[in-house]
Write a protein that binds this ligand. Structure first.
Ligand SMILES: [Mg+2]
Length: 240
C-alpha cells in the first residue's frame, strides 16, 4: 500500500453535524432533521447524476423541505433561506477529532494522500481550506471538476493516475458503503468502510465484503501490514 484516498464529507469533516446545526439556526429547532436528511438524499442524487447544478439543487431542496411541512415558498424566498442556512453551515464546518492524528500517522508512514469527493470543485476546495487541509493532499479529485462521481471506477482511477500509482497500491476510505468502500473495491483499490455510527451492514454478496473501521484511529492497524507487505493480498490470492 503506497497511498490512501479519503472521502471528505462525514469522513474528514463532520458535515452532518454542521448541516444539523445550520437547520437549527434557521428554524430554532432541529426536530425536522430526519425530513431534511430524506430531502437531501433525494436532491443530492439529482446533483451527483448531473440533473441539477449544485446551487439550483440547494435552493430546490430548501423549497421542497418547507413544502413537506405545508409551507409553499417561491424561489426567491427559498434562496434567501438557503443562503442563511449555508452561511450557518460554513461557520460550523469542523474536522472529526481523529483526523489530525491519522493524517499525521499516514504522512509519517510515507503514504501519499488524496481526497476523492462527490461535490462541486469550488465548494470542496473552500471547505478544505476552511478546515486547514488546503495543502494536505498530493491529489484532490472532485466529481464536479472531472465529470464522473463515485462509485464510478473512473474517479478512483483518476486519483490513482494523479498519484502515479496502480489501483492495487491505493486504499480508499469513506463513510458510504456502496459509494466509497464497494465502489473503490470494484475499481481495484483497497476499499475501506468508515462506519462511524456503527450502522448494521446490509447483507451483501461475499464479493462486496470490505474491511470496516468505526473511526480513523483504527486505520493504522488495518494498513500497517499492507504497508510492510504490499503484495500480501496478491500472494494470498495466488495461493488459493
Ligand atoms: Mg462522505
Amino acid at each position: 500500500m503506497k497511498a490512501v484516498c479519503l472521502d471528505i464529507d462525514d469522513t474528514l469533516l463532520d458535515s452532518q453535524s454542521a448541516a444539523r446545526s445550520s437547520l437549527k439556526e434557521l428554524l430554532g429547532t432541529d426536530r425536522a432533521w430526519p425530513v431534511w436528511q430524506r430531502t437531501t438524499d433525494r436532491y443530492y442524487a439529482r446533483f451527483v447524476s448531473g440533473q441539477l447544478p449544485f446551487d439550483v439543487m440547494c435552493v430546490e431542496r430548501t423549497r421542497a423541505f418547507f413544502a413537506a411541512f405545508g409551507e409553499n415558498i417561491d424561489h426567491a424566498e427559498a434562496r434567501r433561506r438557503e443562503e442563511r442556512r449555508m452561511a450557518a453551515m460554513q461557520r460550523a464546518w469542523c474536522l472529526f477529532d481523529d483526523v489530525a492524528a491519522s493524517l499525521d500517522w499516514m504522512c509519517a508512514s510515507g503514504l501519499r494522500l488524496a481526497a476523492v469527493t462527490n461535490a462541486p470543485g469550488d465548494y470542496q476546495r473552500t471547505k478544505l481550506a476552511a478546515v486547514g487541509l488546503a495543502d494536505t493532499f498530493d491529489a484532490v479529485v472532485i466529481s464536479g471538476e472531472i465529470g464522473v462521481a463515485k462509485p464510478d471506477p473512473r474517479i478512483f482511477h483518476t486519483a490513482c493516475d494523479h498519484l502515479g500509482l496502480q489501483p492495487h497500491e491505493v486504499a480508499h476510505v469513506g463513510d458510504r458503503l456502496t459509494t466509497d468502500a464497494q465502489g473503490a473495491t470494484r475499481a481495484g483499490l483497497r476499499g475501506i468502510w468508515l462506519n462511524r455510527d456503527q450502522v448494521p451492514a446490509p447483507r451483501d454478496s461475499a464479493d462486496d465484503r470490505v474491511p470496516t473501521i468505526t473511526g480513523l484511529a483504527e486505520l493504522p492497524e488495518l494498513l500497517v501490514t499492507e504497508i510492510a507487505a504490499p503484495h500480501f493480498a496478491d500472494l494470498v490470492g495466488q495461493a488459493r
